[in-house]
Design a protein. Sequence first.
Length: 173
Amino acid sequence: MYPYLRFIKVFVGAQLGHRLKIDDVGELKMRVWPGDIDLYPEMNNGRHLTLMDLGRIDLAVRTGLMKTAHRMGWGFAVAGASVRYRRRLRPFSGFTLLTRALGRDDRWLYFHQRTVRGGQTCSSALVRAGVTSKDGLVPAPDVLVAMGANGWAPELPGWVRAWIEADELRPQR
């Protein structure tokens, strides 16, 4: 089940929180609840990704991207992710979710997200996401111009470029 109460808390907290620049790191303090765990018991791998959605929502609100998207009638879509799980997150343990926009290409925005507990990374993800309109994908440079961050085009790290290249080699059927 989608964590709607957490979504509301994150959304309202982001609106009340301080603004961030597009390349600032968003930080959310979270806790593993019984609905997050699997049979082992630890936070379920799918829940890691669901909570990372909330980190990107927090960043989108605090950078002004969400307001821009609402004004333009745009939506958001994840187009790919690569996740690494390193350490278990046990029931009721607290952790921090860190979200950072790494860069963009002509189509996509790329995010790096990490769950951290006690200074150690528990999981990390590279996420490719796009902004959509009724006509399809909105080019990333157009999104940035609309939100007042035109010219933001840091060079993607080599490991991200390698992931993009590897993903292009994957069979489409």
